[in-house]
Design a protein. Sequence first.
Length: 311
Amino acid sequence: MKVSIIGAGNVGATCADVISYRGIASEVVLLDIKEGFAEGKALDIMQCATNTGFNTTVSGVTNDYSKTANSDVVVVTSGIPRKPGMTREELIGINAGIVKSVVESVLEYSPNTIFVIVANPMDTMTYLTLKSTGLAKNRVIGMGGALDSSRFRTYLGLALDKPVNDISAMVIGGHGDTTMIPLTRLASYNGIPVTQFLSADVLEKVAADTMVGGATLTGLLGTSAWYAPGASVAFLVDSILNNQRKMIACSVYVEGEYGQSDICIGVPCIIGKNGVEEIIDIKLNEGEKALFAKSAVAVRQMNDALKSILG
């Protein structure tokens, strides 16, 4: 199985590293516009093979999309990273042109690929990819919910002082600081609702910390995070390539689900060999429904901005 990653920056390279180390794909291609950059990252990763025991072939290329031919999955991380004080929404004008060009170039050589979109603002870039290509909706997936959910589980684990992998929790809605919805009511620790262990005040803080999880790291690091985003992409790619059919919150195109249509937004999905195999209908309460509707309004505003930019 072949995965191509467009953009060999921190997130793209980390994704390639995790995919290789875990043996998720047999071949990974890193592509970047900066001369020698992807080649250097790929060589560095390959030199880990003897010490970590993986057999994945990793190669890097400079803006040569022919090397990505016949990719089963293509990850698009291209675009400028978010800088301190910059919202995801402010990235839209710059990254829309980049993503559109990348996707068109990829499809010339991999017409049957499944896209995983990472570039921000992610929900809008996912929508752009779908609408500009006319691809079937199952083949375009925004990865934001996977990352947001991992941050949510991390904060819950810290609050509970329990292993993160024993915690089940999900974030839906838009991939933005004010649009994501950590579902505290449905979170559980080994099947037991976390509401039995944590007070409402603590859960409110956990949700708040989750929502600004990306901005918190940007403030600390001076740029966007990369370890968790890269691992989240690899987790999603693994479910596709190995047909694991995991339930993962992803930004996908909805047509009536959760009361929304003609929008890409985070909802729980079954992810398998065909990409989005199924959208799962969680029974939200009235408060959660209201938050989801509000989130959708914000995402639509970004989509409208995109349409005005592209004309």
